[in-house]
Design a protein. Sequence first.
Length: 560
Amino acid sequence: MPHDVPATTSPASVGARSAGAVGEEHAPAFDRESLHIYDTTLRDGTQQEGLSLSVADKLVVARHLDELGVGFIEGGWPGSNPKDAEFFRRARTELDLRGALLTAFGSTRRASKAVGDDPQVAALRDAGTAVVCLVAKADRRHVERALRTTPAENLAMIRDTVRYLTAEGKRVFVDAEHFFDGHRADADYALEMVRTAAEAGAEVVVLCDTNGGMLPTRIGDVVATALESTGARLGIHCHDDAACAVANSLVAIEAGATHVQGTANGYGERCGNANLFSVIAGLETKLGRRVLPDGRLRELVRVSHAIDEVTNSAPNSSRPYVGASAFAHKAGLHASAVKVDPDMYQHIDPAEVGNDMRMLVSELAGRATLELKGREMGLDLSGEREALGRVLELVKDREAAGYSYEAAEASFELVLLDEVSGRERYFTLESWRVIVEQRAGGEVVSEATVKVHSHGERHVSTAEGNGPVNALDTALRAALEKAYPGLADLDLVDYKVRILDGRHGTGAVTRVLVETSDGRGRWDTIGVDENIIAASWVALQDAVTYGLRRQGERPDPDAV
Ligand SMILES: CC(=O)SCCNC(=O)CCNC(=O)[C@H](O)C(C)(C)COP(=O)(O)OP(=O)(O)OC[C@H]1O[C@@H](n2cnc3c(N)ncnc32)[C@H](O)[C@@H]1OP(=O)(O)O
Ligand SMILES: CC(=O)C(=O)O
């Protein structure tokens, strides 16, 4: 978060600690057992298309979830495959969980088989976890058509398996698969299934919206009915096929469920599971439920991104609470209100979940946007109405020509500095030239020559590269190396090109975005031109200028 923006005390954040009451002294205590936060990333999350974790990956994800402070981590299905079996073996010695309990997942015994003879149940017994979660059928249609058995035998399968595992000293949770569909088709049977599991010793019966098609009002009604009719401790497990998984989970908790299952970042089969991070944030910041140990909610963004890293998923910037865009403001009108009070366009204080408020500069910006962006940069522009107006006009004109400053904040900073304090320049360009040559044998080589003046000296440098932009970048930095040896620390780490539609019959233009690193941070710059190399030059020139400024280098007072 930009440090200069005043900290908010939004009603939502006050509610997080006081449950709508008065102050800290009334904050509900954290109690891991009164509302179970049950993570199934390592089981249901891995049912997502394209997501496959090694045993080592699973161990890392489990540690992240434990650090966040969830209560239960479902490690997988030990009777399913050798990898999950190995995970539970290695977890005994390699997973030193600080607060969470590891659980093993599996199904009830097979129909018409003795529970003691079922190898899959034996694998659960031997997984080395204190808690086991069983999937069991709650929908008569599934009993008859998928299990191909009788409703009575299904209840016996549940009863036998729960009793067997509790007798082995396990805490047993039962996932009532297809509970909500089953309840619609035959409510008496679905509720009987819940009673059977609870009476056999299941600590929690988790009502599952397996197909993910339920809407919140129905979930709330059915959970309340099930609670009243069975008296069992109930949990909730929702899928996101109707885009309601998080809402359904929260509604279920408000209706009396005291155990909630979900996955990191909402990974899961088809459209995913309830995003447990959104559920946690909703519980803590809106419903006044303390479900994480003190201070851990602020780790939410970090843990979400760390797990994306392990699963090799690109972080979705629009994810509620944790996404990079979750508190990013682009519209000028929003910024003008946020300038007065950030709460006006934010549902919580982003710092509560470890996120930051950001201002995005674009053609939709107003002066307030630029003023707040200035604050992020450490500039007080409150008295600079005219300069802000000039910058705004320039930004809008350039965006009309193809620039996109929200993707290139370093270039925007340079534009702003130009107007408000006079940009510091480090060199003057005399010329650049790039040659692309195909040699005998087919090799294509790029060669660039750059001529610049800096601190009274003329520097000429020629460099080869694996492409024209690489050659140009190398030649520019070689030319300036004598004046600025620190340039050797800069790396061009990403280069993106987009051809924009031709406008007014003038032909297409090219937008180039360059990402540069100095090992301590990264910054993005932009160039637009009809010629791709010229566009690249503009972006590179900004990249180097910005880098020199970061390094605190001495500008050249004569540079233009
Ligand atoms: C809603 C959910 O997401 S639940 C979790 C689902 N996850 C997975 O399926 C991933 C792991 N699954 C697997 O590795 C395999 O499917 C296994 C090892 C469990 C079973 O493999 P197989 O023995 O080859 O059986 P298959 O997958 O073809 O069919 C499932 C069998 O389990 C039975 N079954 C399904 N649900 C249950 C249940 N709740 N209780 C008991 N048996 C069940 C089916 O009737 C079927 O029996 P059948 O083999 O006699 O026809
Ligand atoms: C158990 C489970 O994953 C489901 O019903 O969706």
